[in-house]
Design a protein around this ligand. Structure first.
Ligand code: HPA
Ligand code: ZN
Length: 338
């Protein structure tokens, strides 16, 4: 069967995507030049060669340094629109993207500048490319809860443009419980919540995210299989996992794609989705994540159909939109079987 075409054709939603992680080396160089920022790299090839990671932290160090080229509203617009064009060509119909305001506000960029740039591009993407969107503000968990609260205070006047808050950056040593108060305030303001948990951190962090942060989804969550009761709970409550296979291999959560536990996660009855995380850094966008994972794990057409449906079911879209997208997924698979 031609899985390559099927994976391209199936309507997709992307739910775990850091917009800063879509900064391709070419755009990084161009923005460095445009803004007079000096980079420790001389060429696009040199940037790519620097992308050798041994774990999450070694990636984050390079990732935050690269983000320094983003300075103006136009920069954030260009970054976001470039991702959306790529997503459109991959037949992505809906995106729920993360942004990390602290990466930029700590460098003196105004919150409004980055939010305007990202949001303008998302609106243009909806109008011109037909991709619907939600925006999720992530707190950097290696920074203090007070700093996260100050970021939330800064963001709340713009909450109409935000749908949820999340938690990313260095996981181990920074459990969800550190941010209970911040998430309580976001929930009180009517925002939904998600959190990275169980990527490098233990299953206990997934429990905490559910119990203390009231999350609707777990980002990554692959370590849940170490805790049988937790798996039962995630299945029972139908808490989706936004899994990022190429990211997991690049950051050595799994040594190879063949060793990834995605098949086990699906077999356990979990609502698993496939996403690209930081595609400019991890060697592939959503289609490459699907294609390489299908090949490595021998995923069937039925499993691909489930994964495509899950992404819409796990999204924050209204029920009638979810139904319409799931129907469109089913049509593509029915045509392929005919
Ligand atoms: N984990 C934690 N923080 C991140 C990630 C991730 O996969 N990507 C970008 N920031
Ligand atoms: Zn992530």
């Amino acid at each position: 069967m031609d899985f390559t075409q099927l994976i391209k054709d199936m309507p997709k939603a992307e739910l775990h995507l850091h917009i800063e992680g879509t900064l391709e080396p070419e755009l990084m160089m161009a923005l460095a030049e445009r803004n007079g920022v000096s980079l420790p790299y001389k060429s696009v090839e040199e940037i790519r060669q620097a992308y050798e990671f041994s774990d999450l932290q070694s990636f984050l160090d390079i990732y935050y340094a690269g983000a320094a080229v983003l300075q103006t509203r136009q920069d954030f617009y260009d970054l976001t629109y470039a991702y959306l064009e790529r997503a459109a060509s991959d037949n992505v119909r809906h995106v729920e993207i993360f942004f990390d305001p602290q990466t930029h506000t700590d460098r003196g960029i105004a919150f409004e500048v980055l939010l305007d740039g990202i949001h303008d591009a998302l609106q243009a993407g909806e109008e011109k490319l037909g991709i619907t969107f939600r925006l999720i503000l992530c707190f950097l968990r290696h920074l203090s809860a007070d700093e996260a609260m100050a970021t939330l205070d800064e963001a709340l006047p713009y909450k109409d443009r935000l749908h949820a808050v999340g938690l990313d950056s260095s996981e181990v040593g920074h459990p969800p419980s550190k941010f209970t108060r911040v998430f309580d305030r976001a929930l009180d303001a009517g925002l939904l919540t998600v959190a990275h948990a169980g990527e490098e951190g233990p299953p206990e962090y997934i429990h905490e995210a559910l119990d203390l942060l009231q999350v609707r989804r777990i980002d990554h969550g692959v370590r849940c299989l170490e805790d049988e009761e937790l798996v039962k709970r995630l299945v029972r409550e139908q808490i989706p996992l936004t899994v990022c296979p190429l990211s997991n291999v690049k950051l050595r959560v799994f040594d190879t794609l063949q060793q990834h536990n995605l098949n086990e996660l699906l077999q356990a009855g979990l609502c698993v989705t496939i996403n690209s995380d930081d595609p400019a850094y991890f060697g592939g966008y959503i289609v490459e994540n699907f294609q390489q994972t299908q090949k490595a794990l021998g995923l069937s057409a039925t499993q691909l159909q489930t994964l495509a449906q899950n992404a819409f079911k796990a999204s924050f879209l209204p029920a009638e939109d979810i139904e319409r997208h799931v129907d469109s997924v089913n049509k593509v698979f029915a045509a392929q079987r005919a």
